[in-house]
Design a protein around this ligand. Structure first.
Ligand code: 6CS
Ligand code: FE
Length: 313
């Protein structure tokens, strides 16, 4: 079903030019981080809202019951164990092996994940943070098995979504639902608190079909080591850790990445990217053509109807 016209150029101003041929530079963020004013009755506490505004993320614990977690973990396992011969294009494997690194479009692969995406504990919080109705720009499950799970290099998601998908403004948030325990050791999400206020316009033009490489190991659209060093020295680093079921909400421009996992303990997380319905994608700002729909939704832009109550199979 085609819901919107392909590429509505309602906002063609490029507020954050990036992928310049030969130079990196900083652009101060002009969009709010927290788009709502906190009020009694908001779905998060005042402290959480303040932490999100200042640091670009916050972590919530104990949102799900044990039966819900069992169902989500089992569903994630079933998706990964799809017969390799049957794997659709939205399965991405690790560099140099056939192991599943990422499964995209969770909401289409599984009604359980579609239900999770619409849950008021995720989508309801996203609506508050963005002060708008929301839709799913992207969803994915990252597996990082014990011993050989590979890293995700430092990046801002928004840099890619602006350059390659045409998201005009910084009005999107990711919710990462931990589907194994994430400790400080087994490759948890690392974040640079406060980095969300600066846009790092990256050096290097986007090659054709960049996603075929970037999803295995990102090399274009990443800040230089000097800039990452400066941010990390000035702002520090944090690891978002917690038991299965913990949820990390992080702004689209917060610098993040994660280490490889040589511990015996796997690390697996489901990500849902909520974009404000008024921030729909236009033409990519720095790429020859939009990425495939499984990676970057641009034709099924419908506001999520949030759902309350426990998730059942
Ligand atoms: O491509 C994406 O949409 C996501 N994946 C990577 C490796 N970087 C940018 C963004 O987080
Ligand atoms: Fe990311």
């Amino acid at each position: 079903m085609k819901v919107t016209k392909e590429i509505q150029p309602f906002d063609t101003v490029d507020a954050y030019p990036t992928r310049l041929p030969d130079r990196e530079h900083l652009i101060h963020r002009t969009d709010p981080v927290l788009w709502s004013d906190w009020h009694e009755g908001a779905p998060i506490s005042r402290d959480e809202a303040e932490h999100y505004r200042e640091n670009g993320y916050f972590v919530r614990h104990d949102l799900f019951g044990q039966a819900e977690l069992d169902l989500l973990v089992q569903t994630a396992r079933r998706l990964r164990d799809t017969d390799p011969a049957e794997r659709p294009a939205d399965y991405v494997t690790e560099p140099g092996s056939d192991d599943v690194r990422t499964v995209f479009r969770l909401d289409e692969h599984s009604p359980v994940f579609a239900r999770l995406a619409a849950d008021s504990r995720l989508a309801g919080v996203a609506e508050f943070l963005l002060n708008d109705r929301v839709y799913l720009h992207q969803s994915r499950l990252n597996y990082k098995p014990g011993f050989k799970g590979k890293e995700f290099y430092w990046h801002s998601d928004f840099e890619t979504w602006h350059a390659e998908d045409g998201l005009p403004r910084m009005r999107a948030v990711s919710a990462s639902v931990l589907l194994t325990d994430n400790s400080r050791l087994n490759g948890p999400l690392l974040l640079i608190p406060g980095s969300q206020t600066e846009f790092i316009a990256c050096a290097g033009e986007t090659p054709d079909n960049n996603h075929e490489c970037s999803l295995k190991a990102q090399e274009i659209g990443v800040p230089s080591p000097d800039t990452i060093t400066r941010f990390a020295r000035d702002l520090g680093l944090d690891a978002a850790h917690g038991p299965t079921g913990t949820v990390v909400f992080f702004d689209c421009n917060t610098l993040h990445g994660s280490n490889g996992n040589i511990t015996p303990d796997p690390r697996s997380n489901a990500f849902f990217v909520f974009n404000a319905i008024t921030n729909r994608p236009v033409r990519p700002f720095a790429a020859p053509k939009p990425r495939p729909a499984w990676l970057s939704n641009r034709d099924r832009i419908l506001p999520i109807e949030t759902v309350e109550g426990p998730i059942t199979g």
